[in-house]
Ligand binder design. Structure first.
Ligand code: AMP
Length: 209
């Protein structure tokens, strides 16, 4: 199954993609994680992407489309994948139509006010990418998976968070109509607890088979 996780930043796409991939035996493809890895490795793509990401802007379409085109054709994607954070523009969605067949699009719906608090309280493991929230860490400062000290992403700082939400409404929200028109969109309430969201996603995917 090839699936897209759509939704604003902080809606839980990464957390849910991890859970659902594990349950379905498919791979998670996060363009954000791939771009952060490219920045850390100081590749040409990373250098191009960094200024956009630091400002909470989208990286140019051609850069991310090339990354995804190469990634989805890898052998480990044969059983299926979840695209987490791609496409983010209508241009990217059109390009994806020519790259892979998509079975379902899960739209995680969360109100803006909740997103600001989720994003500004988010901490992540810089090694494995596992996400946490300060309210649920109870003073813990390390990743429960590999013990690495957790960090706050530069683009989770308040001024950048607001930019990212504006960019989402302008550029990414139109994809809801795009996929509704194709009949592949499944709307999920992302404001409830993570377990309830995973169950709702799995039920929607099951109904889709
Ligand atoms: P994420 O980890 O998905 O929140 O992505 C972090 C940042 O990476 C975004 O704010 C963008 O700057 C960049 N990014 C990730 N995916 C895309 C995409 N599909 N198109 C453009 N920029 C992207």
């Amino acid at each position: 199954m090839n699936i897209i996780f759509l939704g604003p930043p902080g809606a839980g796409k990464g957390t849910q993609a991890q859970i659902v991939c594990h349950r379905l035996g498919i791979v998670q493809i996060s363009t954000g994680d791939m771009l952060r890895a490219a920045i850390a490795a100081k590749t040409e793509t990373g250098l191009k992407a960094k200024t956009f990401m630091d400002a909470g802007q989208l990286v140019p379409d051609d850069v991310v489309i090339d990354i995804v085109r190469e990634r989805v054709t890898a052998k480990d994607c044969e059983n299926g994948f979840i695209l987490d954070g791609f496409p983010r523009t209508v241009e990217q969605a059109r390009a994806l139509d020519g790259i892979a067949a998509i079975d379902a699009v899960i739209n995680l719906d969360v109100a803006d006010e909740a997103l600001v608090s989720r994003l500004s309280g988010r901490r992540v493991c810089p090694v494995c990418g596992a996400p946490y929230h300060v309210d649920r860490l109870g003073g813990e400062t390390r990743c429960s998976v590999d013990g690495t000290p957790l960090i706050q992403r530069d683009d989770d700082k308040p001024e950048t968070v607001r930019n990212r939400l504006t960019v989402y409404h302008q550029k990414t929200a139109p994809l809801i109509d795009y996929y509704q028109g194709k009949g592949t969109l499944r709307a999920i309430d992302g404001s409830v607890g993570p377990e309830a969201v995973s169950e709702a996603i799995l039920r929607a995917l099951e109904a889709n088979r």
